[in-house]
Write a protein that binds this ligand. Structure first.
Ligand code: PLP
Length: 444
């Protein structure tokens, strides 16, 4: 008799293979089938699987102390990790608040931004502005900020209406508008929205430097973030960069926002920060934002049982040290350029590939029904999942990023571990080519 299910899986009734072991860029299932982890799981495992130094550190820390509670003790790994992040982060982002997931990190950032204005006596300044086609997490505050319509739908009546400005979706800008004009126009929308609400009511603007799950590495025009920062400063609005997907080297810079020489007031991290070796995420906060809190209530209204626990902090610190020691930020740029040129070449042979974009090893591929008109496929054709499933069958993992066009639109993310070699990238592209070719035949 078939054993019944007890674990709630993403799609109930679907049969998932059992992940049994992993090393480097490969995952093996219980039948010994080998998969190239072309997505680093959920854009997470940046240093690759099974790194012995990190495993050793996990055990070494467990032998000392796995858990202490932040209201009772501080601990050495958390202190060291916060110091390391302050050295790596741009500008005066010298403070860290540790949480367990990206959703908690963005929700904490939102709360700290609101608290900052309260401590300065501006009690009405409690609104956040975010963009359509964005994803900041699944908890209610984080989802309120997320502009991914499919993820919002079920809870929409409970969510705050934070997404209100367009994403700088370069590929889908109006015809005859240059990239530079588009960057300017999208940033201008923020100014219009701040004026509409009233600057005295707006606490912060939040954006993913490169949009991940909600669009597939949507990369803004070069002038966009400079303009955004100017507007935020002009209207006394804090700028939160959500780097949960992009942070710690993924895009070829330690922080993706550095591509545009802009320093945010808060940065959120997750995923690659611990490379999946432990649940760990962070909200980085600038001296500027901490100042009135230090002078005022002296406490951040937030925190979780597992915040800043020594076990997770020790592991994340080792992961970040590994990224530095093996120059993985530089590798992400170099291998990313190689992968980008291979994928661009590949796109010439497939009518359904509309756009290839991204930076470093965060690359998006958008599929279109008509290349010239850029029409998306009807959602019922499920093109994103077709590509993912054909690739999966052939032993390659890629990540879904559909729904960027008001819930429509098909895209995937290709984001292998930063340790991937050129030979392994060649193999990845060969498998992806075979998968896309099968999908193209099916759609004819
Ligand atoms: N922010 C961004 C940019 C993300 O990509 C994600 C997850 O995909 C999150 C926040 C939420 O992170 P988590 O799934 O760890 O809660």
């Amino acid at each position: 008799m078939k054993e019944r299910d007890h674990l709630i899986k993403p799609i109930l009734g679907k049969r998932y293979p059992m992940a049994a072991s992993a090393k480097g860029i490969y995952i093996y299932d219980q039948d010994g089938k080998k998969y190239i982890d072309g997505s680093s799981g959920a854009v997470t495992v940046s240093i690759g699987h099974g790194v012995q130094e990190v495993i050793n550190e996990t055990l070494a820390q467990a032998e000392k102390i796995s858990f202490s509670y932040r209201s009772q003790f501080t601990n050495e790994p958390a202190e060291k990790l916060a110091k390391k992040l302050s050295q790596l982060a741009p500008g005066d982002l010298n403070w860290s608040f540790f949480v367990n997931s990206g959703s908690e990190a963005t929700e904490t950032a939102m709360k700290i931004a609101i608290q900052y204005w309260q401590e300065k006596g501006k009690l009405k300044k409690d609104r956040i502005i975010s963009r359509w086609s964005s994803y900041h997490g699944i908890t209610m505050g984080a989802l309120s900020m997320s502009g991914h319509v499919l993820r919002r739908q079920r809870f929409s009546s409970l969510l705050a209406d934070y997404p209100s400005v367009s994403a700088p979706y370069t590929y889908r800008r109006p015809e005859h508008v240059t990239e530079e004009e588009w960057g300017f126009l999208c940033a201008q929308e923020l100014e219009t929205e701040i004026r509409r609400i009233g600057a005295e009511r707006v606490a912060a603007f939040i954006a993913e430097p490169i949009i991940g799950a909600a669009g597939g590495a949507i990369t803004p025009p070069a002038n966009y973030y400079q303009k955004i920062k100017e507007i935020c400063e002009r209207y006394d609005v804090l700028f939160i960069a959500d780097e949960v997907m992009t942070g710690i080297g993924r895009t070829g810079k330690m922080f993706a926002i550095e591509h545009w020489n802009v320093t945010p007031d808060l940065i959120t991290l997750g995923k690659g920060m611990s490379s999946g070796y432990t649940p760990m995420a962070a909200t980085l906060v600038s001296d500027k934002v901490m100042e009135p809190i230090l002078k005022g209530s002296k406490t951040i209204m937030g925190g979780h049982t597992y915040s800043a626990n020594p076990q997770s902090a020790a592991v994340a610190l080792k992961v970040i040290e590994y990224v530095e020691k093996h120059q993985l930020v530089e590798k992400a740029e170099e291998q990313g350029n190689y992968l980008m040129s291979k994928l661009k070449a590949l796109s010439e042979s497939f009518e359904l590939i509309g756009d290839i974009r991204g930076k470093g090893l965060l690359i998006g591929m958008e599929f279109v029904a008509n290349r010239e008109k850029k029409n998306p496929y009807p959602p019922e054709l499920d093109v994103t999942n077709r590509v993912i499933e054909h690739a999966f069958d052939k032993g390659l993992l890629v990540y879904p990023a559909s729904g960027a066009i008001n819930g429509m639109g098909d895209a995937i993310i290709i984001s292998p571990p930063l340790v991937i070699t050129k030979g392994e990238l060649d193999r990845l592209v060969d498998i992806l080519e075979a998968a896309i070719s099968e999908v193209q035949c099916e759609l004819r």
